[in-house]
Design a protein around this ligand. Sequence first.
Ligand code: COA
Length: 283
Amino acid sequence: MKLARDDFDPRYQHILDTCTPYLLTYPGNLGALDRAPFGWDIAAENTFDPTRLSSRRVVDGLHHLDAFSFGDQEMLMPRWVLFDCGEFPGIVFGFGRRAKDCPPDVRAAYRVAGDDDDDVYVPLSMWVAIRCAEDGAWFGHNLSSANLVSHQEKLPGLATITKSFGVKVAQVSTQYGATQWDSSSLGIHLSLGAMTLMCAYTPAHTHDETFAYRIDVDDDRLTAPLRPGFARPASGGDRHIDAGDTEAIRGLHTDIESGARYELFRIERRDHQPQRLWLKAHH
Ligand SMILES: CC(C)(COP(=O)(O)OP(=O)(O)OC[C@H]1O[C@@H](n2cnc3c(N)ncnc32)[C@H](O)[C@@H]1OP(=O)(O)O)[C@@H](O)C(=O)NCCC(=O)NCCS
């Protein structure tokens, strides 16, 4: 599927007009990847190899982005984790710009405020994905965006377009991921595909109130939020889970282990209360 500039909602046209896509991966992987997702080329100068010294500043940028995205969630990635589990076997994909084209608060956050840093490539978003042993399956390891630290210029939609394009780059047919029930990113994952729950309570993870999900990738759904007029369901669902309700989460987990199948259907954001996740039962 190819998308022309006019196919995108204006928020995404703005990102495509002012940022460029980048890819960081070991070159041995390139033949298996789509370097023109939806027809949008990733330039050779934005294709970085983690084994080369010339990639050092962009890798530093990824760790700054990770620090302000996940530092307070106790999920900060040591450099070896990103190298061993993302950059080398999988992909790091996102959008960015040269430092000279970034607002001062972003330059400060990425430690590229000096005149000498003008040409450093600043990764403003990243989707890190690792290939699974199962054919066509990838695990989404990290999604983050500089919208968290950029107050002088917001790029609405940055994480959404990053994941949508990243899934295309990796040519994913089955996408797995693990996310916390209280995560602010659920709306993004959900807008890009139907999320079937694999588990609801996961002591194997740092945070046990994590669920794992599977999305069978479908191009129409993957591009729906990028197009004008996108709307999410505002009602419906068979069962709900409130983030933080351990009893409900463990009850759902027991049901899933006993064979029940649920899809995450919609998110209800509530004032001064944890978000409520609505599920649909698969019959
Ligand atoms: C969560 C995070 C990735 C979001 O980044 P972002 O660039 O601000 O996200 P986007 O601008 O793409 O999306 C913001 C919202 O716009 C919505 N949106 C996207 N396209 C839209 C459209 N065409 N029409 C209406 N809404 C749209 C998204 O669905 C999302 O909605 P929600 O917040 O209600 O769920 C970012 O805050 C972050 O890095 N957080 C810390 C790290 C983290 O927790 N990551 C997730 C763990 S997997």
